[in-house]
Design a protein around this ligand. Structure first.
Ligand code: GDP
Ligand code: ZN
Length: 272
């Protein structure tokens, strides 16, 4: 079922519905509960104000690997920007911690911004209790490149799930696509995980360029100090953001992520 009888809202993972049974494994959606939250991003084009990815979500977990594939802050920042846009909580899971002697550099910056960072290993079981506690009783959207170990983590957390694990392709270093559509996965301990179809969903555009920095907590803190209220924090004089990057108060990788998203947003804006 995709559409409501009134032709209105498209159902998304996490929507709570009342179904009237019309057969042994058939039914009609009669009612959709009002959403208490959504994971969404601005979408470009007239009449498409927002793209909703999931409904009734508590938090979003970005799953990355410490190694194989290597840690990618760009993806983390993109997902966290969408999390801020949606007014949800974000957390960072760094899996395959067994493969490295030290956690990847730069994680402290995320903790300092208020995002919990969990170091895990589906192989050794490190960090799984903390992750289980974070997920219990809550609805969590899980995002991350394939091959970082999302399926392995879910299986280790809740063996009842028995999800397919694929070998990482030796040539590309990426996992083959095991998951094709966003999926609702109830947890035995209560709560559920929504496994997103991929990370392309987290593209950000359709937002005014001057608003991009508000989706970066670290930039948003200092941006009010910029000389020009519509400062894009590139080459403008009196830019408090670039000043903070120069002093090391904002991580260079966060600033780079900001610039990349800003470019995306500006490019799409001239397309339309
Ligand atoms: P997904 O695509 O994110 O669901 O990743 P998978 O769960 O399919 O795992 C991809 C590959 O990484 C598999 O070969 C797993 O055995 C391996 N893997 C997953 N988690 C870990 C981990 O914590 N440590 C190590 N060393 N390998 C892992
Ligand atoms: Zn600025």
């Amino acid at each position: 079922v995709d559409l409501l009888p009134d032709g209105g809202t498209v159902l998304e993972p996490g929507d709570r519905v009342r179904v009237r049974r019309t057969g042994p494994d058939r039914g009609t959606v009669e009612e959709v509960e009002p959403r208490r939250s959504t994971l969404s991003r601005p979408a470009i084009g007239r009449g498409r104000v927002e793209h909703v990815m999931a409904a009734n979500v508590d938090q979003v977990a970005v799953v990355t690997a410490a190694e194989d594939p290597e840690f990618t802050p760009g993806l983390v920042d993109r997902v966290l920007a969408v999390v801020e846009y949606s007014h949800l909580e974000g957390l960072l899971v760094v899996n395959k911690i067994d493969l490295v002697p030290h956690p990847p550099a730069g994680l402290e910056a995320y903790r300092a911004l208020g995002y919990p960072v969990l170091l895990t290993s589906a192989v050794t079981g490190a960090g799984l209790d903390a992750l289980r506690a974070r997920l219990a009783g809550r609805v969590t959207v899980v995002a991350g490149h394939s091959g970082v170990g999302k399926s392995s983590l879910l299986n280790a957390l809740d063996p009842a799930l028995d999800r397919a694990v694929r070998d990482v392709n030796a040539f590309t270093g990426r996992g083959t696509h095991t998951t094709t559509a966003a999926e609702w996965i109830p947890l035995t301990a209560g709560g559920a995980v929504i496994d997103t179809a991929g990370v392309r969903e987290f593209g950000l555009w359709g937002i005014p360029a001057r608003d991009v920095s508000w989706l970066f907590r670290d930039l948003a803190r200092v941006a009010p100090g910029c000389r020009y209220p519509d400062c894009r924090h590139r080459t403008e004089p009196g830019c408090a953001v670039r000043d903070a990057v120069g002093r090391g108060a904002i991580a260079a990788s966060r600033y780079e992520s900001y610039l990349r998203i800003l470019e995306d947003v500006e490019e799409r804006a001239t397309d339309s």
